[in-house]
Write a protein that binds this ligand. Sequence first.
Ligand code: ATP
Length: 298
Amino acid sequence: MQMQENQIILRTPAKVNLSLDITGRRADGYHTLRSVFQAINCYDTLTITKTDADTPLSLKCNVEDVPCDARNLVYKAAVKLLGENPCGIAMSLEKEIPSQAGMGGGSSDCAAALLGIRALLGLDVSDEKLLEIAASLGADVPFFLCGGTAVAEGIGEILTPLSDVPARILVVAKGEQGVSTPEGYRKLDTLPELPPPDTDNVLAHLRDTQAQRLFTACGNAFDTVTNLKEIRKIRLVMSSHGIKPVLSGSGAAVFGGCETQTQAEHLAKILSGMPYVRICETIPHGVQYLNGDTWMDL
Ligand code: ATP
């Protein structure tokens, strides 16, 4: 791998859940799930720079609400690799992935920090160990070490990467409001029965030549219980254009799969009053760093 000796710049993708089935509840209160994770080309950018060996870690971010201390998942990643008082690197995070969206922004930044610090400092940490650290930092972090398409089971910790699928076009939209994941689970617990699962149907159509068959199969258990005003509005716009709206994670981002770029542009234009609207594409596995002017797989 080539990179500038003193710096590595990584781009950290967001994800959507093409399906998210809640399959049960364990005795310890955790819910079990089955979900198809799919990385998309909406990215944060993480720059890691070497500093003097005894200079304490610094972290800055372009978004005010994101904590730049030990609460940040990239800081936590550095602590896991470098010890309680991490030194010798400065990190700068440029956020494009919205928070409280169910798009995995913090988890993706965290996975990129683990991979980036290891590469920049040449740390002798095996892939297995990195995976173990990732799992200890959050249920979604292991997915982002590899990206692409994967099935998550258990409480999210059992991950099966799938081979890359054809690129699909999505419109992703989010309002101002975030959602509370615990509240979503509480509401699901009050339902007489769990919403019907979608994962098998999504898996059956992942490589379908007709994108619409895949998008019709997509669904999310939280769709049943998440009903914020802005989400209702996004759903209405998508549905009235023949596009199935699906929540990502526990929300509050909603995505709709489109057949063509023209259809996506039309939909994005109609949704343009929303604080966050992007036309995205699904992407293959791999985490990328900047090499000159080119993004390369790490
Ligand atoms: P998920 O998709 O996993 O449900 P999310 O949509 O809630 O995540 P995140 O961007 O992961 O969104 O951030 C959730 C919270 O985590 C933020 O409100 C923030 O306080 C904290 N956080 C910690 N590290 C980060 C990070 N690197 N980027 C953004 N938020 C972070």
